[in-house]
Design a protein. Structure first.
Length: 256
């Protein structure tokens, strides 16, 4: 809504939305439960004309949203093309389709700019990125697309549950972690040690990173910030270090 110039039309959001758009949390805006735990009563109390929600859904929570009797738009993107289409849908529902087109154009331009600059050195490191740690769940296909745009090769199946052994066997050159709801608090040293990853190339070279959750797991314009973080992790000599990324401390326990 911020990128569409419609933030003043938002009457309530989740805390995850507020993480991406801190200015939304100010004033009289209500903070409500997400589409995993929503309750009809708090939705009704917000007096909204429209509820927009995205995955993950819990069946009971969606039922609560529908029970509130408010117009509902449910989104379930997987690829970047889905995200662009969803932006267009939201802009259309809000009667500002031309603003949605502009937002998508700007995102595409930013992605193509990174793609053109990141492929010039001919280096295509193998990358594993996870959106959850127990069990290990590989990041969504849109993250794999961003990694490809940054000149990397995503290992393992995007969006799938994988074992620590399978990740180690893939021999990634870079490890990225962006756990849903964890912000920037992924315990990098701990997961490397517990998963016996000390001999993985990424760990031996200290190329293990935490990227803030909202930069990779929110299907919105914030993904461009995630792309910048990925690109720096893959090509640190070529790109400036952006906000939202933290690197593992290179100690002896990390294979040095």
């Amino acid at each position: 809504m911020r990128d569409l110039g419609l933030l003043d039309r938002v009457v309530a959001c989740t805390r995850y939305c507020a993480d991406v758009c801190p200015e939304a949390a100010g004033g009289e805006l209500r903070i409500v439960s997400d589409s995993w735990t929503s309750q009809a009563e708090e939705i009704r109390a917000a007096n909204a004309d429209l509820v927009i929600a995205s995955v993950p859904y819990q069946l009971e929570a969606v039922g609560e949203i529908l029970k509130a009797g408010v117009r509902f738009v449910g989104l379930a993107p997987r690829a970047l093309s889905d995200i662009f289409a969803d932006i267009a849908v939201i802009a259309g529902v809000m009667a500002v389709p031309e603003r949605g087109e502009k937002v998508v154009e700007n995102m595409l331009r930013a992605i193509e700019d990174v793609r053109a600059r990141s492929l010039t050195d001919g280096v295509r490191p193998k990358v594993f990125c996870e959106e959850w740690g127990k069990p290990i769940i590989a990041s969504q296909p849109w993250v794999a697309e961003l990694i490809a745009a940054a000149g990397g090769q995503f290992v393992c199946q995007p969006g799938s549950t994988v074992s620590a052994e399978a990740v180690a066997e893939a021999q990634p050159d870079v490890l990225l972690a962006a756990w849903c709801g964890a912000g920037d608090r992924v315990p990098l040293q701990k997961i490397v040690s517990q998963r016996n990853w000390t001999e993985v190339p990424a760990v031996r070279s200290g190329r293990v990173f935490c990227i803030s959750d909202e930069l990779l797991n929110t299907p919105a314009t914030s993904l461009i910030g995630g792309l910048k973080a990925i690109t720096w992790a893959l090509h640190p000599a070529q790109f400036p270090r952006p906000a939202g990324i933290r690197q593992i401390h290179q100690t002896s326990s990390a294979g040095r």
